[in-house]
Design a protein around this ligand. Structure first.
Ligand code: GLN
Ligand code: ZN
Length: 763
């Protein structure tokens, strides 16, 4: 009998109930009891959704983040909240979100302001966790209350509970040392707490515990591999069975290590790590369970159940009772329920599976394995029909798009002349001062803008009215920028809901769900576009807005686009062709837009690649492959223009050390990046590499309402000029201004323009 289980379920709720409950509590509009009740209700509902599986995860629910939950379980709170009184959930939110000291108390010397915990991406997902902070003095102390409460809750509901925890090695590996001390030195102190936790769970009737060690799919050095040996030898006496769960990639040469750790079972990602299986079947001791994650927990497509069975049946013959099946990873990374969708095209919908539907697939697979395919013939036939329909659909396959990919020529990615020659021509035409000023694209998205967009989508106002309102916003934006004295203007992006969705909505090959939300961090969710077919641009997407904006000013107006790599990385993408192919299709579509803008007389075009870095594969050995096609796609998009057209790109970060050569290869005339919080030290990567083109290091941190002073920005630019020749420096904010208010933006940009003027009088 193949056993079925799940690694984790999305906790945000099919209608984002958790998000709304959290935000209402944070605003003081509801009580902690209400919030707790919503949590319990969601857990109960989600356990129901998983009914019929042999083992159901418990402890995967979190009010904010699973890593932060683990930190609390391990009694490992940042120094800054220790001794804080009040409800533990409030302390928890304080670590997650920070809390600024009320002005009066701050003056009185009160230290109740608390910095938010640092967040970072969970492996290569778009989920962000709160980074544990370590020092040499870090101590741990078990607080099993959260897990035990949820366990009791599950048991009282008849759930066959399998508690889920993050393993000790991954926990240490994902944390950060605050004092430069070695995190691994803490392992000795950490393990007894894990042992005690496992004992407590056993005492409450738990048989299996899922212990997540996804760090095993990344490259580990000898010390970290050794940590695995130490950790699991120490935990092997615990009176529970451990299922060591890895996911998001291949174990590769760490397969041997994983197979031989003294645990009762191993879970692998059989979607991304299928090649691990053959060696593992030989390596795995005959006493161990092997759990295969055969349903893609990272994407929204139906599983080809017949194909999976063809693959699984021989494995089942070999493993017998030792075979478990599951989704590849926690379903946290997919939306909850396809049944919520009312407006999806029925054909496309028939190709999709969200979390609940993925568990249905799992149940079908288990019945086919355990009772024979005939017992689920109808389900398997329906699945085959859906898979075939997707494979053959003319909406997916566009021969013209496929043909145009074969015509791509190396010269398409090549500018006419080297940077220095282009820069000279552009300078003559654009006539910009030294230290030119610009912004990253968006201006405040006011309530009126959002309301107009909602009304237009709902059909409450007609297109002419909507365009009129947007043009009004553009005009305001241009007026303000002229008054500020900025050098290269933008139209402000009022018409854009989101920098990816806006283009996805206009490109053939994309569709959108109504409730396809995925947690990004805390209460924040994203609704990624669904890229299902060959990409084509039916018509120009931005030219009318930009030419209108240009008509209002003598100053150069920047055309504003999102780059192909970012569109790809922020969407659910096709699994029937390599990402690189989808990206090239996007590149061709966006290239047409660039050329249309140029033809319309737009002299400066910015192509945002905010998500280029986050597409990096988990293993460094695979970085080059990704960067090669990602850079090629940017070049195809951008570099078809004449020397006179100035190409900008923007990236919302500044860690370029590892990828600086690729950034240089993109060959944008100007790159604007986020640097204000790093005191310009992160420009060292550009300096060391002798980066040849122009750079706009952000001097205004747009993530806070604080107004940066002129002196501060001058100071930052002086530091920048120690690293980059001043003729190649631009002055701009860190990122777009859409989340700010006009009354913050105006004084900040006034100071920024003043800073540029000061710089022009001499450094
Ligand atoms: N042009 C976009 C904006 O200004 C860029 C946003 C981003 O980089 N995330 O909003
Ligand atoms: Zn940005």
């Amino acid at each position: 009998m193949a056993i079925t289980h799940n690694l984790g379920f999305p906790r945000i709720g099919a209608k984002r109930e958790l998000k709304f409950a959290l935000e209402s509590y944070w605003k003081g509009e509801s009580t902690l009891d209400t919030l707790r009740a919503v949590g319990a209700e969601l857990r109960a509902r989600h356990w129901q959704d998983q009914a019929g599986l042999d083992l159901v995860p418990v402890g995967d629910f979190a009010f904010y983040d699973q890593m932060l939950d683990m930190s609390f379980t391990l009694g490992h709170l940042p120094e800054r909240v220790r001794g804080v009184t009040g409800d533990v959930l409030d302390t928890y939110f304080r670590v997650a979100r920070g809390r600024s000291a009320p002005a009066a108390e701050a003056q009185a010397g009160c230290t109740c302001g608390v910095a938010a915990g640092e967040m970072t991406k969970w492996f290569d997902t778009n989920y962000h966790y709160i980074v544990p902070e370590f020092t040499a003095a870090t101590e741990f102390e078990l607080d099993a209350s959260r897990l035990l409460e949820q366990l009791a809750e599950a048991q009282s509901q008849g759930v066959n509970a399998k508690p889920v925890i993050i393993g000790p090695v991954t926990y240490l590996a994902l944390g950060k040392s605050k004092d430069g001390s070695d995190r691994l030195a803490l392992l000795d102190r950490l393990l007894p707490v894990y042992a005690e936790l496992l004992n407590r769970l056993a005492a409450h009737g738990v048989q299996w515990v899922q212990i997540d060690e996804p760090i095993l799919v990344t490259e580990l050095d000898e010390a970290w591999r050794h940590a695995f040996e130490i950790a699991y030898h120490e935990l092997k006496t615990a009176p529970v069975k451990l299922l060591l769960a890895t996911y998001f990639g291949e174990l590769q040469d760490q397969g041997y290590l994983a197979a031989h750790l003294p645990v009762a079972g191993l879970h692998i990602d059989a979607v991304r790590g299928r090649d691990d299986l053959a060696p593992l079947l030989n390596l795995l001791p005959s006493t161990k369970i092997l759990s295969l994650g055969v349903i893609d927990g990272r994407n929204i497509w139906k599983t080809d159940l017949n194909a999976v069975l063809d693959w699984l049946e021989p494995i089942q013959d070999q493993l017998g009772e030792r075979l478990w099946i599951a989704p590849s990873c926690s379903l946290l990374h997919v939306p909850v329920d396809l049944d919520s969708e009312q407006t999806l095209d029925p054909e496309i919908r028939s190709w999709l599976a969200f979390a609940r539907q993925k568990l249905d697939e799992l149940r079908v697979l288990a019945r086919a394995l355990n009772q024979g395919r005939e017992t689920v013939r109808a389900e398997l036939d329906a699945n085959r029909a859906a898979i075939d329909s997707r494979r053959q659909s003319p909406r997916v396959n566009n021969p013209e798009v496929k043909a145009s990919l074969t015509r791509i020529d190396a010269r398409w990615g090549q500018r006419q002349s080297p940077y220095a020659e282009r820069a000279a021509k552009q300078a003559g035409l654009l006539n910009l001062p030294e230290f030119p000023t610009t912004t990253i694209g968006s201006f405040p998205q006011t309530g009126e803008i959002r309301q107009a967009r909602r009304q237009f989508k709902a059909g409450a106002i007609d297109e002419a009215t909507y365009v009129g309102i947007m043009r009004g916003e553009i005009a305001r934006c241009v007026r303000e920028q002229e008054a500020l004295g900025l050098d290269v203007l933008v139209h402000g992006e009022a018409e854009r809901n989101d920098m990816v969705e806006y283009f996805g909505e206009q490109l053939a090959g994309f569709t959108f769900s109504q409730f396809g939300w995925v947690q990004s961090y805390g209460s924040r969710c994203v609704k990624p576009p669904i890229l299902f077919g060959d990409v084509r641009r039916p018509k120009a997407m931005t030219v009318d807005w930009i030419t209108y904006a240009q008509s209002l000013t003598e100053k150069p107006m920047k055309g504003m686009l999102t780059g192909p790599v970012t569109i790809l990385n922020w969407s659910f993408v096709r699994d029937d062709q390599p990402r690189s192919v989808s990206c090239r299709q996007l590149a061709l579509a966006m290239r047409e837009e660039v050329l249309d803008l140029e033809r319309a007389g737009v002299r400066v075009i910015q192509i945002d690649e905010a998500a280029l870095r986050e597409g990096l594969p988990l293993r460094r050995s695979q970085w080059k492959g990704y960067l090669d096609w990602a850079v090629e796609c940017f070049r195809i998009t951008a570099n078809g223009v004449t020397d006179e057209t100035q190409i900008h790109t923007h990236m919302c970060y500044s860690e370029f050390n590892d990828i600086i050569a690729s950034i240089a290869e993109m060959d944008a005339d100007v790159i604007t990046i986020e640097t204000s919080r790093s005191d310009m030290e992160l420009l060292d990567a550009f300096d060391d590499f002798s980066y040849p083109n122009a750079i706009g290091p952000g001097v205004y941190d747009i993530h806070t309402p604080n107004i940066p002073s002129e002196a501060h920005m001058v100071e930052l630019m002086r530091k920048a000029a120690e690293r980059i020749p001043s003729q190649r420096l631009w002055v701009n904010p860190d990122c777009g201004l859409k989340t700010r208010q006009w009354n913050e933006v105006i004084p900040a940009l006034t100071n920024m323009v003043a800073a540029a003027k000061t710089l022009r009088t001499g450094l």
